[in-house]
Each structure stands twice: as C-alpha cells, then as structure tokens.
Design a protein around this ligand. Sequence first.
Ligand code: GLP
Length: 241
Amino acid sequence: MKIQIVNDYQQLSEVAANLVAGQVILNNNPVLGLATGSTPEGMYHRLVQMCRNGVLDFSNTTTFNLDEYLGLSPDHPQSYHFYMYRHFFHLVNVPPQNIHLPPGLDSDPSQACRLYDRKISEAGGINLQILGIGVNGHIGFNEPHNYLKTGTHLVELEEETVEANSRFFDSPEEVPRRAITMGMRGIMQAEKIVLLASGENKARAMKEATCGKISTRVPASFLQLHRNAIFIVDREAAALL
Ligand code: GLP
C-alpha cells in the first residue's frame, strides 16, 4: 500500500483522474470499479473534460459501481444511479450496456447480489477500483462489524453513516437504512485500488486505515494487504498520519 499526500482537493481530483485515464488508455477493455460520494466528484469532472477534449475514449470501458441504497429508484435524486448518470455516464461515452450498478429496487435482492458478482467475474474482474472512505472507515457500504462479508450483499447502515450521508437528504429520516454493496472480495480482487480521502473529518479514518491494526472494525484497513493499493490523501485528511 502506498500513500500519496497532495495539497488539496484539486490536486487529489487531478491525480485520481490521471490514474483512471492511464488505465483507460493502456487497457484495451478496461473494467473500472466506481464510487460515489462527494470525494470523487472532482475526478469525474476532469474525466468528463478529458473525454470531451478527445483525450479519453470510454467506448471499450466497462464499469461496476460499488453500492446503492436499497429502496431508491434510479431516478431518485439521492440514488447512486442518479449521481453516476449526472456526474459521469450522461457526459461520457461508456456504452450503456457496459454500465453496472447494484439495483436499489429488485424483487429479489439476494439473487441480484449473486448476479452482480457473476457479471464482475464474466467481465474478467476489475482492473482499477476507485474508493472513497466513510468517517468510520467503511469502504463501499462495508460497515465496521465483528465480521465482514465477501460477496455483494445487503447491509444495515451504521448510525454514523446515516448521519454523514444525511447532508444529501432533506432530513435524516429520509436516508435509507439499508443498502446493497460489493463485498470485500470484490474490492480486494481488483488489480489496482485507488482510495481518495479529503477533509479533516476523514483524518481519524485515514489514521486507523493506514497505521492501525487490520481489523473488521475498520474495513479500509484491509487495503494494507493489497499489493497495488494507493491512498491519495489531501493535507487535511492526512493530518494524523
Ligand atoms: C458513502 C458511500 C461510500 C463513500 C462514502 C464517503 O457512504 N457508500 O462509497 O466512500 O459515502 O463519501 P464522501 O466522499 O461523500 O465523504
């Protein structure tokens, strides 16, 4: 695991976009694992610019998103489907049939989880996985627990996560309490992992994830075991390193 400390959010977004761009340029059929949240927004913005300028072509790219709230339809403004189309998919040329997100509305979510993992395998696995990090050290929606799950699965969100994500909703009561997330196996099997952390509210999670013991109480700490993981961290998030 490598840690790169950058000055600010602008630099973080630039470095992250360049890493994704490198993957897309070098690989004939890149498979990207994508994340939502406010942290990767700047990265998506730069990737869109590169695509519009003709620097990047996503026509052979396949994507798998990490997670989705359970119970939100794709056109719900706070769903991760909506986020991804607004910030990225509507603005670049990833073929629609190559775009995958865990379904928030499915009559059989457990079956949908198994199907999602199968699709990742059929695509040959993820070449580059982008991650954010929750204030409690979660990745995707793999929450701190006394055990972690391997495959894509349903999860009850921690109060801390609901509170952190309530800023996107009109009230905390509207934040879904359940989600569907790629599991630790899906994440850890990616060839390369790029975790982005920005702002002082991520400092504690960054310290625990990078300097602490590997623990299911800090899911991001497992990235210490990955051979090709890089944490791009701005100065505020790196304050305790
Ligand atoms: C959510 C998402 C995570 C994301 C985290 C941090 O809980 N499920 O994938 O990493 O939020 O989001 P932000 O970047 O907005 O702090």
